[in-house]
Design a protein around this ligand. Structure first.
Ligand code: COA
Length: 403
């Protein structure tokens, strides 16, 4: 097979490239859907694999700015990756990943991130597990908060248009303080958070936009749907919380007071939660959340030196990392990390591969945890503890949205 990989040249090629992942979701996008997608993903950021004239694979990368500990860096938000079943396991994905990573490096984006459909796919391309994500299913009789009130502030239901005006500022405050979150453009808010086509509702009702005003300002919001259903005359329905953001502990309490106070439901289903969620401490019955943890973001340090330099470190120690990168050889080498900056070179003290480094980069895991999982080797005694002191963060990384 003479396979070529290149960015798509026009909307029709974009539509056909999206068809590779579309195949698995049960349908190829029509022209309108491709046009909508193209407003978020520039054509030159969508790679397609061609077998002759036929497009048999696609891989995109949103141009994100992602929060990292103490700062933010350019990030390729890898998305819509698919290879048609007619061409699977012939190296099509590998060729697209090569082209895409080269492109990301050329653009100077130090990291790339994605949500993986299956865990074994992306490690070979240097992606490591960087954040965890939780889901909860809370039965209404156990949804009591420890704080019985009275409620403070006021919640208003907004139209989609009002939501586009009021919610982004709240999101942006949370985003700036939370590693793993990325900047959302106005287009992103319009096409993703505040669009609500009926075929995206999964049988639930329309999307609601609730804004919490507290102490005279916008302090939190929730996007949620109600799923109505009855059994023996009582509600067996659920509240489906798509996203809940609050910019202070008090706002978090009041937002959840509103959501968990919604009447006429049996269950609250919560998705894509940070694993250090405040609800562990706010609920009377936290066990009843049935909190389930899974993998969240997979992260690729595309340019290790630039990525390391893009975040901050704590204390006055230093550590020398020997990093191996089999897919992007230029990254292999030693890096001295101190709170004052990054230098290449030094006598290695910890040995790890680029996937393992991605696991500690946002603060999702510690070097000590990786060592217990045989993912990092301590070459000098005390180096693990020094590295953990440098990389320490106060908050776990969180990505609230699958992109
Ligand atoms: C996942 C997918 C993109 C892989 O494409 P592909 O062209 O078959 O992958 P390649 O031939 O380049 O495979 C490269 C290597 O990854 C392995 N691999 C690929 N997909 C894998 C999977 N789902 N699970 C485990 N290993 C996988 C291959 O076995 C191969 O290993 P090898 O080099 O040791 O032989 C394709 O199967 C697909 O489109 N799946 C459905 C949609 C999907 O899951 N997309 C990903 C969205 S995040």
């Amino acid at each position: 097979m003479a396979l070529t990989v290149r960015p798509v040249a026009d909307l029709d090629e974009l539509r056909r490239a999206l068809g590779s992942i579309g195949h698995y979701f049960g349908g190829w996008p029509d022209e309108e859907a491709a046009e909508r997608f193209g407003r978020l993903l520039p054509l030159e950021r969508m790679h397609a694999a061609f077998d002759g004239e036929t497009i048999v694979g696609g891989a995109g990368a949103f141009p994100f700015t992602m929060t990292v500990p103490g700062g933010e860096v350019g990030c390729a938000g890898v998305t819509v990756v698919g290879v048609l079943p007619t061409h699977r396991r012939r190296g099509v994905l590998s060729s697209m990943m090569r082209e895409q990573l080269d492109d990301v490096r050329r653009r100077g984006e130090p990291i790339a991130a994605l949500w993986a459909s299956e865990e074994p796919i992306y490690g070979r391309f240097g992606y490591g597990l960087a954040s965890l994500a939780g889901e909860a299913k809370l039965a209404r009789p156990y949804a009591a908060l420890r704080d019985r009130g009275p409620a403070r502030g006021a919640v208003r239901l907004l139209t989609a248009e009002e939501a586009r005006e009021r919610l982004p500022a709240v999101y942006e405050r949370v985003r700036a303080a939370t590693p793993g979150m990325y900047v959302r453009s106005a287009q992103w808010w319009e096409l993703r958070q505040t669009s609500d086509p009926p075929d995206s509702r999964g049988g639930a009702g329309e999307k609601n936009y609730a804004l919490l005003e507290l102490d005279g300002r916008d302090a939190g919001y929730a996007l949620y749907r109600l799923r109505m259903s009855w059994e023996a005359g009582s509600s067996a329905g659920s509240v489906e919380v798509i996203e809940a953001m609050a910019d202070s502990p008090e706002a978090t309490l009041e937002l959840w007071r509103y959501l968990l106070g919604l009447d006429w439901t049996a269950t609250f289903n919560l998705y894509r939660l940070p694993i250090d969620h405040e609800l562990w401490h706010l609920l009377e019955y936290p066990r009843r959340m049935q909190f389930r943890v899974g993998d969240g973001l997979w992260l690729r340090l595309v340019d290790v030196e630039a990525a390391l330099a893009g975040r901050t470190y704590t204390g006055d120690g230093s550590v020398v990392l020997e990093v191996a990168d089999a897919f992007v050889e230029e990254n292999s080498g030693t890096y001295t990390v101190t709170a004052n900056g990054i230098e290449t070179g030094g006598e290695p003290e910890l040995r790890l591969d680029v996937q393992a480094l991605a696991s500690v980069y946002l603060g999702g895991f510690t070097f000590a945890e990786l060592a217990r999982g045989l993912r990092v080797e301590e070459l000098r005694e005390g180096a693990l503890a020094r590295a953990d002191a440098l990389f320490a963060t106060a908050i776990r990384p969180w990505c609230p949205e699958i992109f």
